[in-house]
Write a new protein. Structure first.
Length: 93
């Protein structure tokens, strides 16, 4: 198990925003960390490193009105591994 600690900052004043961030992933339970990676033959790999760092950069569409859809897309590398990306969709309450 791991515990991520990070900070994100959102730039922008209208509905279009640049999201940036970074942090560190600390182990909670000792042992190796296994990360799923479909590009590898066995699908998993492990490292003896106990902490990992990450960065995040993305785009966020967040209307100023309540109950409007919020969209987010980002890329986030986990060092020393690879980039991954994600999207999210929600409603601002």
């Amino acid at each position: 198990m791991t515990f991520p600690i990070g900070i994100n900052y959102v730039f922008g004043k209208n509905i279009h925003h640049l999201e940036t961030g970074g942090g560190i992933v600390l182990p909670v339970i000792a042992g190796t960390t296994k990360v799923y990676c479909p590009d590898l033959d066995h699908g998993f790999f492990s490292e003896e490193t106990t902490t990992y760092t990450y960065l995040l950069i993305g785009y966020r569409l967040q209307p100023t009105n309540k109950k409007k859809p919020v969209f987010r897309a980002f890329v986030s590398p986990l060092f020393p591994f690879k980039f991954w990306a994600g999207v999210s969709l929600g409603i601002q309450l």
